[in-house]
Design a protein around this ligand. Structure first.
Ligand SMILES: Cc1cc2nc3c(=O)[nH]c(=O)nc-3n(C[C@H](O)[C@H](O)[C@H](O)COP(=O)(O)O)c2cc1C
Ligand code: SF4
Ligand code: SF4
Length: 264
């Protein structure tokens, strides 16, 4: 079983590649949380994987909470691996995730980071087309290596691009981000909205509701996955003023047509 969390498709695409390569099933963590599905029984020799993005040099809170609350049934010693996708560097994301699993009595055998295009448009401009192409090319090679390592069951094996100052970034900046940034207040919708309903459908925290054909952020419990703002087909969602001039990023696997209908 491979559990994944994804806002703009990078982690989903990686999880799907690994699931197909390993012959395992895929489960969306946001859907599992929504449906209160925390129980899972591993078949003999079935591997358990987690794929998720890096948010402020840490795993998304929903992912660590899920790892702590997963009710896993198994026999023997299950093989557990994790992949975190990031725009540049992961800091101590994997250590934090490993600790969350440990709290649940589970041991992480291997962990990997995978650099993909950056989707954090509330802070930065999107990567250029050249940067995106280069990241995809490198990610394809890295994913092949990850699949091989997992298939062979390599244990105590970690390949993480931590970047500089990982202790400070993951230890100090990340908790500040968790306290302050997970608020929906700065989101607003412009007159360009076509009322397609995609934002309501894809919101990973279920806090968007379409009222009179326009999205309303009903609660302040955002995952900050940035799916709504990046995937809106009309570019009608903004976050403060800075996103007005910035581009949007969506992995091809999550592309929609101009009416907001999934094309995959
Ligand atoms: C709120 C937020 C914080 C992020 N923080 C980091 C970070 O600390 N380091 C990094 O390299 N990328 C960071 N990113 C970029 C994402 O980790 C990266 O684009 C990821 O592959 C997105 O995955 P997804 O498409 O599955 O949602 C951040 C993105 C968001 C939305
Ligand atoms: S995804 Fe965009 S266009 Fe569609 S309802 Fe939401 S804001 Fe409007
Ligand atoms: S409001 Fe937007 S950023 Fe927040 S969880 Fe929903 S889709 Fe993600």
């Amino acid at each position: 079983m491979i559990y994944y969390f994804s806002g703009t498709g990078n982690s989903y695409a990686a999880a799907k590649y690994l699931a197909e390569g390993l012959g395992e099933d895929l489960m969306d963590i946001a859907a599992a949380v929504k449906n209160n599905q925390y129980e899972y029984t591993l078949k003999p020799d079935e591997k358990l994987g987690f794929v998720f993005p890096v948010y402020a040099w840490a795993p998304p809170r929903i992912v660590t909470d899920f790892a702590k609350n997963l009710e896993l049934y198994y026999s023997g010693d299950p093989y557990i691996f994790a992949v975190c996708t990031c725009g540049a560097s992961a800091g101590k994301t994997m250590d934090i995730f490993e600790n969350a699993l440990e709290e649940n009595g589970l041991v992480l055998d291997s962990g990997f980071s995978l650099v993909m295009p950056d989707n954090c448009i509330t802070l930065f401009e999107v990567d250029s087309d050249e940067e995106v192409a280069e990241k995809f090319e490198n990610a394809e090679k890295t994913l092949k290596n990850i699949l091989r390592a997992v298939k062979l069951g390599w244990s105590d094996f970690f390949r993480i691009k931590r970047g500089k100052f990982s202790g400070i970034l993951s230890g100090v900046v990340s908790p500040v981000f968790s306290m302050g940034a997970l608020k929906t207040k700065p989101f607003y919708v412009t007159k360009d909205c076509i009322g397609c309903g995609l934002c309501e459908k894809i919101c990973t925290s279920g806090c968007i509701e379409l009222i009179a054909g326009r999205p309303i952020w009903t609660e302040d419990k955002c995952n900050m996955c940035l799916a709504c703002i990046n995937r809106c087909p009309a570019k009608a969602i903004q976050y403060g003023k800075k996103t007005e001039k910035r581009g949007r990023y969506v992995h091809p696997i999550y592309q929609t047509n101009k009416n907001g209908e999934m094309t995959e």
